[in-house]
Design a protein around this ligand. Structure first.
Ligand code: F6R
Length: 608
């Protein structure tokens, strides 16, 4: 969703803003804009348009922009259509604003402040700019204006503000929507997202909620709404410097699929001792896993699918009660949560508002919480009692790949740890599992070497309108993610079905040549799965079978097959998921789509 950048320092600001907005493109957007300080004339100049960052860049190509302070924005329309006028920044009097989030009471404010005749856009943001300007004209004090204005705003917001008569200074305040900032020798910067800062620095701090931050060329200051000074708490990024670049790959999605062996290795690293999972470095106490009576995972999309795999493992290994809830439904489904519940919130970005709200709700009900997060210092990480970070590095492609497999990695470690602590598995059994987990990167590498065979299968489904993915047990959970991947990047309508369910309805949709992807990795249910596959084959379906090497038999040779390298059944989720990611990737890239930025989707979903 929307992206924000702000810079004030020694360098020319235009290329910094354009570069940062280009980096932020992955979040999903439909318009771009920037505002720069004209210090000499005490003016703020705004350039904006519907379209891509390159359109914005063209628009200001021949403008004589000589400024070292400015703010930029990529907009993902919520209030008002996609047009130049609705793009950010928005100006009202001396105030120019970019904004992420939603001002819920903007209509009331339009009436109360009698703004309807003066607004030039349909956005809630312009209303926020007008309110800020109202208080600024009254007080001529930026801090007082920000303070008074935010007290009137309801909703989520990250506001970044320029005052025309205060050149080269940027103000910001936020509620829920994130802002990270930094100060270096080159100047001060802020952004909605770490990926925009990681080219410049590996040190940053998260701006606390309802805190006024002031960026000057050589200083950053913060105050609470009660005017107490707040000292930034700097964090260190563990992302490598060029890790947010494509490094020769045509798309981030391919790069990120290929990075999975390393990401998984990095996620396991430092989390075992003597072959037993050890979460000391994460600061997660054993009691978190021994004192709970049930587990509840809250997450969205791919992260929720990782939770489904965890659920299967928990039931199988721990025989414990576990629910996996769509975070967006959680609060409205009267969940059974109490102080004996361990709530696990899973999120790549750590900013998904539904997951954040679900976590807050569970905590209010007394649950203990653990967050599995990729972005350090993100909102969900800060809201949770404990955090375990996936070490996937920046994930830029909208379709999640390495975040998912690193979430699975942490889940697998957690299951082993819980089984060990609860006496369900002995030392040797746990060590055996961890040894197998440590083989996963090498096994994925072997699969990646064979990826051309998946490309061939992808060519066979490229023209499909509808496709089914069928499997049972863990295979079904894996396919739910595989199906989501295909949908989002290839725009093929794809449904994952528990294959035993087919005869209860969906098999009516199988006709001559309907493509069906079948997954067989679990020995104990394999014969039933194969019967289900034959049922659809006998109705004309074109089967692409992904099967674990050890499970191949004479009778499976009748299908078009991709052989998945062997691991213990419960770890087959890794090679199987990577194979399905590649399938989706090849279909999308062969269709000529913008794989990394599928239509209508945003990387970070900060609206409910
Ligand atoms: C799909 C995808 C989404 C995210 C979901 C949650 O490829 O990426 O389904 O998994 O929007 O995002 P996070 O993990 O950032 O909470």
């Amino acid at each position: 969703m929307c992206g924000i950048i702000g810079y004030t320092g020694k360098k020319q600001v235009k290329p910094i803003i354009i570069d940062a907005l280009t980096t932020l493109e992955y979040r999903g957007y439909d318009s771009a804009g920037m505002a720069v300080c004209n210090a000499k004339e005490k003016r703020t100049d705004v350039y904006k348009c519907a379209g891509r960052v390159r359109d914005l860049s063209k628009k200001c190509e021949f403008k004589d922009i000589n400024s070292t302070c400015g703010i930029g924005h990529t907009r993902w329309a919520t209030h008002g259509g996609v047009c130049d006028a609705n793009a950010h920044p928005h100006t009202s009097g001396s105030v120019t604003v970019v904004h992420n989030g939603i001002i819920e009471n903007y209509k009331d404010l339009v009436e109360e402040f009698d703004l309807s005749g003066s607004l030039r856009s349909e956005t809630d943001t312009e209303v926020a700019a007008a309110i800020l300007n109202h208080y600024y004209q009254k007080t001529k004090d930026p801090k007082k204006a920000v303070k008074s204005a935010v007290k009137r705003l309801k909703g989520t917001f990250a506001l970044v503000i320029l005052f025309a008569d205060i050149p080269d200074v940027i103000y910001s305040i936020r509620n829920v929507s994130p802002i990270v900032a930094t100060l270096s020798d080159e100047g001060a910067m802020l952004a909605s997202d770490l990926t925009a800062l990681c080219q410049f620095t590996d040190r940053y701090f998260v701006v606390p909620e309802y805190t006024i931050v002031e960026l000057r060329k050589d200083a950053v200051s913060m105050w609470s709404l009660e005017d107490n000074e707040i000292i930034p708490e700097y964090l260190t990024m563990n992302w490598e410097k060029n890790s947010a670049e494509k490094n020769g790959y045509p798309f981030y999605m391919e790069k990120e699929i290929m990075e999975q062996p390393k990401a998984i290795r990095d996620t396991v690293f430092g989390r075992t001792k003597g072959g037993i999972p050890n979460f000391k470095a994460d600061g997660v106490p054993d009691e978190l896993f021994t004192q709970c009576e049930r587990i509840c995972v809250v997450a969205c999309g791919t992260a929720m699918h990782a939770g489904l795999v965890f659920q299967a493992l928990v039931k199988n290994r721990l025989h414990m009660h576990i629910d996996v809830e769509l975070a967006s439904e959680f609060m409205y489904s009267d969940p059974v949560i109490d102080d004996k519940t361990l709530v696990i919130a899973v999120s790549q970005s750590g900013e998904t508002i539904d997951t954040l709200e679900a976590l807050k709700y569970a905590r209010r009900k007394g649950a203990k919480s653990l967050a599995i997060i990729n972005v350090r210092g993100s909102s969900i990480a800060r809201e949770s009692d404990y955090v375990m970070y996936t070490n996937a590095g920046p994930e830029i492609a909208v379709a999640s790949t390495k975040a998912y497999t690193t979430q699975l990695t942490l889940f697998y470690l957690i299951v082993c740890k819980m089984a060990y602590l609860r006496g369900v598995m002995n030392d040797d059994e746990v060590r055996d599992c961890i040894r197998s987990l440590k083989r996963v990167p090498e096994v994925i590498n072997n699969l990646l070497d064979e990826r051309n065979a998946i490309h061939v299968i992808a060519r066979g489904i490229i023209n499909a309108k509808d496709l089914f993915m069928i499997g049972r047990g863990l295979d079904y959970s894996i396919l739910m993610e595989g199906s989501l991947k295909l949908k989002e990047v290839s725009y093929i309508h794809s449904e994952a079905y528990a294959s035993g369910e087919l005869k209860h309805g969906p098999i009516a949709l199988i006709t001559e040549n309907t493509p069906v992807v079948a997954l067989v990795t679990q020995e104990r249910i394999m014969s039933k799965e194969l019967s289900n596959i034959r049922e659809v084959k006998s109705r004309g379906a074109a089967i692409a079978l992904f099967i674990k090497a050890d499970l191949i038999q004479q009778s499976t040779r009748e299908f078009d097959t991709f052989v998945l390298p062997n691991l213990p059944d419960e770890l087959m989720v890794f090679p199987a998921s990577v194979a399905l990611q590649l399938l989706a990737y090849y279909v999308s890239s062969d269709k000529g789509f913008d794989v990394d930025k599928p239509r209508n989707l945003a990387k970070v979903v900060t609206v409910e």
